[in-house]
Design a protein around this ligand. Structure first.
Ligand SMILES: Cc1cc2nc3c(=O)[nH]c(=O)nc-3n(C[C@H](O)[C@H](O)[C@H](O)COP(=O)(O)O)c2cc1C
Length: 365
């Protein structure tokens, strides 16, 4: 209420990236204090046996996760679980530090409930992140799981992607519960080409070879893939026993969404409500083709527990969100978890697992 009526309107008067950096700095200070973490947890924690899950040997206190791009500096890695996230994906990080595209590179779509993102993977680089997280781990015990998203360093040619991902993997794998291979940043030239089977296979082969600790691996795919591109990715995911697919990243295809013409000159991919329907169709397709061989993580336009429930019925076992947190504020994750629990109960599902994929056959791509 306070966030929606007072804080958000003030924050939304300022440049989107300035606010993101400001909030990141505040959270980074709060993250240092175990007491503050505990107080936030007391206010915001909500979980029930209905929404707790053990997947890939990992215990998810709630299915709702922080999506890639929200904590690009590993600023508040211990704090996310206090806001009721069951897991948080930090990054994306690249093997070398990267400045990203020139600012401004974020624009809010307030009416449409989305963001135009043209960041281009700015981050401090895998080694600096590793040093930071190594210090964080010693600070106090953490409640939630850490996913770490790795991406190809933009200056590295696509042909050398496998070695570049391997560098980040080797540095960051020991600190993560899950490593996500981000294949779908639409704001770096050529990057989404990594989803082509000829480019993707060497990456998966390399990562599988060096994954001596059997770390859980997810792939993050784009919103603009067609059925045959998805099927090519699914075949490789099965071949290399990848544990999960996160669907989806931003869309770059403006023609498939209705966006006011005043945004026509703003480059970048789009998040939020406008990409939700396509994400749901992709989730359902991934679920239908999965044969239980990988899990599906639903991402794109989740703002409420009902949105999460829709994605779960389409086939998602876990959920991620970015824009919904920016628009909904600190209390939104508890609200989503509570609403999801209520929706499951109302529909006579004793556990989230009973609802997964129940409506997967109602969608077509
Ligand atoms: C500001 C911003 C930055 C993002 N940066 C990344 C990123 O670095 N890596 C990534 O995999 N996805 C990134 N994304 C995409 C989100 O993780 C997510 O896939 C997408 O926004 C759809 O989810 P949403 O509708 O809940 O925002 C970013 C999204 C936003 C809004």
């Amino acid at each position: 209420m306070l966030y929606n009526k007072i804080i958000r309107p003030i924050l939304f008067l300022m440049d989107a990236e300035f606010v993101h950096d400001l909030v990141s700095s505040i959270l980074s200070v709060a993250n240092k204090s175990r007491m503050i973490n505990n107080i936030i947890f007391i206010f915001f924690n909500f979980s029930t046996p209905r929404i707790k899950q053990k997947l890939c040997g990992l215990y998810f206190r709630t299915p709702i996760g922080l999506a890639g791009g929200m904590d690009k500096k590993a600023a508040a890695p211990l704090l996310w679980s206090a806001f009721d996230f069951g897991w948080a994906e930090l990054g994306s990080f690249t093997a070398e530090p990267w400045a990203g595209n020139a600012r401004p590179r974020l624009w809010r779509l307030i009416k449409e409930q989305g963001i135009i993102v043209y960041s281009g993977l700015p981050n401090i680089g895998a080694l600096a992140v590793s040093n930071k997280l190594t210090r964080e781990i010693k600070r106090y015990p953490r409640r939630g799981l850490w996913g770490i998203s790795i991406a190809k360093t933009p200056r590295v040619p696509l042909e050398q992607a496998a070695e570049d991902y391997a560098r980040s993997f080797n540095i960051l794998e020991p600190l993560a519960n899950i490593i996500t291979i981000n294949l779908s940043c639409p704001n770096v030239s050529g990057f989404i080409g990594l989803q082509d089977p000829q480019k993707l296979e060497p990456i998966l082969k390399k990562i599988t070879e060096i994954n001596k600790n059997n770390k859980i691996i997810f792939l993050k795919i784009g919103n603009d893939l067609d059925t045959s591109q998805l099927d090519d990715i699914i075949a490789l995911v099965k071949k290399y026993s990848i544990h999960g697919i996160i669907a989806t990243n931003l869309t770059k295809k403006r023609e498939k969404i209705s966006l006011p013409s005043k945004y026509a000159d703003k480059p970048g991919g789009i998040s939020g409500k406008l990409i939700s329907d396509r994400a749901n169709k992709i989730i359902a397709h991934l679920y239908r083709q999965s044969e239980g061989r990988y899990i599906v993580v639903g991402c794109g336009g989740v703002f409420t527990g009902q949105d999460a429930f829709t994605k779960i019925k389409a086939g998602a076992q876990l959920i991620q969100l970015a824009t919904g947190f920016i628009f909904g504020g600190p209390a939104s994750i508890k609200k989503i978890n509570r609403e999801l629990d209520a929706a499951l109960k109302q529909n006579d599902f004793a556990h989230i697992a009973d609802a997964v994929g129940r409506e997967a056959y109602n969608y077509s791509l």
